[in-house]
Design a protein around this ligand. Structure first.
Ligand code: MN
Length: 346
């Protein structure tokens, strides 16, 4: 990086000063999320930021922001999962090998072999390109899983990278947008699901859905906005009924009702050949018990089934048979207070 050291200190123009301020502000925000790391590790993160900032100097994102705000945002997503210092550093450096000619040796010397391997793994994942769609899906999925078997942090940083890029996908060229959205739907959303990060799966699916089937997406969004108020009232009502019934039997629990994400509603309409007005279970209700109360879940189930008639064939026992990602719960669908189908997870 000799050209950074040798050049005389340049006078910065206004745009450069603004970019520097924006970068510093977003790094300060990242720092505020790092309190779970040791002081020495935070120093390493600072030094990774300085390296990435110098390497990406002058580059801009499609949004017009300085490029460095992207790796910072990726690192910040990693702090939500409380990933270790190596992963945070790799997130900050994840685009430096590809775009800025920083070498694996440079990174290994400054941050150790583990970080260098992570950044290298991330760079390699980016380079996978395939001739056909089928090949692309099967092959890159296989490579991902291989990489994951070696170090799951590579996949987590990659997911953080993907979600940040998906959030600004509208600024990309149409053709690129569709390819990335398709890849997100086929590969990254299922990976997030496999790792048990459900909130990320839903956001990835909804973001990708928007570009894969824009008409259906807009249509559905408009209908949901229109029915919003009535739906909120309905949600409160059902929640209250469940809550009261649980109190009657002295079951300590929390009841939640939340709108399902758009893509799952769309899938349901598509698979069952029904239109929006026929999708009754737009809201998934959850009855949440403490982790050590697995047996009580069955008791809660019997209370719910005594209150509202269950729909035959809709009961699933993920406590006896947990999902591959170790998700444990009981799912049932019942006929609710208005004769509508209500989906309940316990
Ligand atoms: Mn990136």
């Amino acid at each position: 990086m000799s050209h950074f050291d040798e050049s005389p200190a340049p006078t910065r123009n206004l745009a450069e000063q603004e970019a520097a301020l924006a970068s510093a502000a977003s790094f300060a925000h990242l720092l505020s999320k790092l309190d779970y790391l040791e002081a020495a590790d935070i120093e390493l993160v600072r030094s990774a930021y300085r390296l990435a900032d110098a390497a990406h100097a002058g580059q801009k994102r499609q949004t017009g922001e300085p490029y460095i705000t992207h790796p910072i945002a990726v690192a910040e997503q990693c702090t939500v999962w409380r990933l270790d210092a190596s992963a945070i550093i790799a997130a900050l450096l994840h685009d430096t090998m590809e775009d800025c000619g920083v070498s694996k040796t440079d990174i290994a010397e400054k941050f150790g072999g583990a970080v260098a391997d992570l950044v290298d793994g991330l760079t390699k994942l980016d380079k996978i390109q395939f001739a056909t769609k089928e090949e692309s899906q099967a092959e890159s999925f296989r490579k991902m899983l291989l990489a994951m078997a070696r170090d799951v942090r590579v996949i987590l940083v990659k997911l953080a990278d993907r979600i940040h890029n998906m959030r600004s996908l509208h600024l990309m060229k149409r053709e690129k947008r569709e390819r990335i959205a398709r890849e997100t739907m086929d590969i990254y959303a299922p990976l997030a699901n496999r790792l048990g990060i459900n909130s990320m799966r839903m956001e990835l699916e909804d973001l990708a859905f928007q570009y894969i089937a824009p008409d259906a997406y807009n249509d559905l969004t408009a209908k949901i906005v229109k029915s919003n108020e009535a739906r909120n009232r309905y949600t409160e009502e059902v929640k209250n009924i469940i809550q009261q019934e649980m109190e009657k039997y002295s079951v300590a629990c929390k009841v939640e009702g939340r709108a399902k994400h758009l893509y799952s509603i769309y899938k349901k309409m598509h698979e069952q050949h029904i239109n929006f007005d026929e999708v009754y279970d737009l809201i998934a209700f959850r009855i949440i018990l403490d982790a050590d109360k697995e047996k009580s879940c069955y008791e809660v189930l019997s209370i719910v089934h005594a209150l509202w008639k269950p729909v035959p064939g809709r009961f699933k026992d993920y406590i006896a048979m947990p999902k591959a990602n170790n998700y444990k719960s009981l799912h049932t669908t019942v006929i609710g207070p208005y004769g509508e189908r209500v989906e309940i997870q316990i």
